[in-house]
Structures are given as C-alpha cells and as structure tokens.
Design a protein around this ligand. Structure first.
Ligand SMILES: O=P(O)(O)OC[C@H]1O[C@](O)(COP(=O)(O)O)[C@@H](O)[C@@H]1O
Ligand SMILES: [Mg+2]
Ligand SMILES: [Mg+2]
Length: 322
C-alpha cells in the first residue's frame, strides 16, 4: 500500500513541503466527514453572508474556509494563506516557508443536492515577504511547488502534483489514509467530449460561439466528429473526468458582467488546475496564453479557462487566434 507520504518521499519532496500538504489533507478529511453527515451535521443550506466576490456563501463554504484557516494558521511551515472566501490574505507563522492558497469548497451549488464538490489548493514559496500583503501572493502559476484537489464524491479522492507528474489517491475510510490508486496519470491528447455551461451561449464572444457551434455540428461539421457534452457545475469534477478519460472544459469570458474576465479565479482555481493538467500532459489556456504564465495583479483576479486534452485545447485556441 502506497500512501501520500510514500509518494512524497519517492519524489524527494522536502519535509517542510510535505508537512504543508499534510496540514491541508487533514482538513480535507474533516470536510469529507461533514459532507457525509450532511443535514445531520446541520451544514447544508446558505449562510447569511456574501463573499468578497458578491456571491452568497453556502454554510459549508464558510465552515470549510474557517477550518482550513484555523488549522493552517497552526501549521508551522505555513507563512500565510489566501482563500476565495476571505477578503484579504491572512498571515500565519513567522518562520513559515509556504503560502497556501485555496478554494475551500468548489462547486458550492452542488452541496445541497449531494453531488460532487471539492477543495482546491495551491502552494507557493513565501520568499520571506510579508504574508499579510496581497503582493506577496501575486506569483504566477509556474512558481507553484504543489497543487491539487480533494474530490468529495462517491469516494473521497486526492489528486496532487509536486511538479513530478500527477498521482491520484483514494481515502480509505477504514484507515483514514489516502492510498495511491492511480500513478502518473496522463490526459489523452484527443477527445470527443466537451464541457461548457451552454445556458450562457448568447453571452459568449465570437470565437467561442463559432467553436462550440462547430462542436455541435458533429460528423457533418468542419471538425468531422460527433461530440458528447457533460456539465457537472463543479470544476473539480470536470477536471477529474478529463484526467481520467480526456475532454475539454471551458469557462470563457462572457458579457453578463463584461468587465470581469470570466467566472473562475486565477489563483484559487485556474493556476492549481492548470498545474495538474500540464503535469498530466494536457494544456490550459485563457484563450491567448498558458494560464500559468499570467502575471497576477490581484489575489481575487478572474480568468477565462480552456483546459484539457492537448489537441482539443489547441483547436479551441486556433479559433481565438483566427
Ligand atoms: O454556475 P455555473 O455557470 O454552472 O458555474 C459552475 C462553475 O462555478 C464553480 O462552481 C465556481 O466555483 P465555486 O463553487 O468555488 O464558487 C466551478 O466549480 C464551476 O465550474
Ligand atoms: Mg471554485
Ligand atoms: Mg468555492
């Protein structure tokens, strides 16, 4: 049986980074228990507040955020944290070497209907800079020393990279350990499956309109393929499907709120998922460049996302370039 620790040692990950990862995973195990208890633990439904992005928070958004914030503040290697659900970054330990950035609960609209959600995390070096300042966190995705997500589905799974490929673990409910179940996953380069929220079709820009209408045109269309569509409304679940059987996931810019570059967030969702996708041989772009090459200007910055099977993402990109 290979555990997370076995794989971290195999990849020669430093003890301090391993500790930061274990701190995140300990929280995820608690979140998993709360999700399994659901209504019995009184954790379903909406909270009273809105987050900094103007979204109504679910109780579990708040509970998982607080859990991660409190535990990571006690994790000696963590210098600071930034969360999708916190207005500002939070300083943790003076001697900490890492910044942990997270989306505590991704796919919040699925919580109350018992459908897959997840916790996404990204770990950056602290570089000795002030962890209470936003600027300290504004590093591009290439600086990530680890990234991953914990998926709370029929099984609780961990998908993680420390820059040496992507490994998948399953939480064994008996031992409460994440056990390696897929080593070094690779995304198939071509696909016949796409994921996009079609209800936003009329709001998309022209390149996305054309690309998706070509996908829908099937064998008779210019792409000469019949495509299937999926939409789980949780990026963690879409990325998980793509890692396992290929596909393209898109959340493009749209003109519902024209001055926002998209719905998803660069630091909490875009960068960690891009690291996993690239480490598994896929591609992740914003329609112009690789997401991890974007220099962030704000911690809560949004980003358009096109990620997954390399050849399909290149195709989507070619519509933008045209
Ligand atoms: O409401 P939509 O358009 O289906 O959006 C779903 C997308 O929003 C998200 O749920 C945003 O994440 P949060 O749940 O963390 O806010 C993504 O996981 C998902 O891909
Ligand atoms: Mg999210
Ligand atoms: Mg979230």
């Amino acid at each position: 049986m290979q555990t997370v620790q076995t794989i971290l040692e195999k990849h020669r990950v430093s003890d301090s980074l391993a500790q930061a990862i274990h701190c995140v995973l300990d929280c995820s195990k608690e979140i998993s228990v709360l999700l399994q208890k659901g209504a019995m633990a009184g954790v379903l439904g909406s909270a009273e507040n809105e987050n900094v992005q103007g979204e109504t928070q679910k109780k579990l958004d708040v509970i998982s955020n607080d859990l991660l914030k409190e535990r990571l503040a006690e994790c000696p290697v963590v210098a600071g944290i930034a969360s999708e659900e916190e207005d500002l970054p939070v300083a943790a330990n003076e001697d900490g070497q890492y910044l942990v950035i997270y989306d505590p609960l991704d796919g919040s609209s699925n919580i109350d209907i018992n459908v897959t959600v997840g916790t996404i995390f990204s770990i950056l070096p602290s570089r000795g800079e002030d962890p209470s300042k936003e600027a300290t966190y504004l590093q591009n995705g290439r600086q990530q020393v680890a990234a991953g997500y914990v998926l709370y589905g029929p099984a609780t799974m961990l998908v993680m990279s420390t820059g040496k490929g992507v490994d998948i673990f399953t939480l064994d409910p008996t031992s409460n350990e994440f056990v390696l179940t897929q080593e070094q996953v690779q995304i198939t380069p071509s696909t016949k499956e796409f994921a996009i929220n079609m209800s936003n079709q009329r709001f998309w820009a022209e390149p996305v309109q054309t690309y998706v209408s070509d996908l829908l045109a099937g064998e008779e269309g210019p792409l000469a393929k019949r495509y299937n569509m999926r939409w789980i409304a949780a990026m963690v679940a879409e990325v998980h499907r793509i890692l396992n059987r290929g596909g393209i996931f898109m959340y493009p810019w749209d003109n519902r709120e024209p001055n926002k570059p998209g719905k998803l967030r660069l630091m909490y969702e875009g960068n960690p998922m891009s690291m996993l996708v690239e480490q598994a041989g896929g591609l992740s772009v914003n329609g112009e460049i690789n997401i991890m090459d974007i220099e962030p200007e704000k911690i809560h910055q949004r980003v358009p996302v096109f990620l997954g099977s390399k050849e399909e993402v290149e195709k989507a990109l070619s519509y933008h370039k045209a």
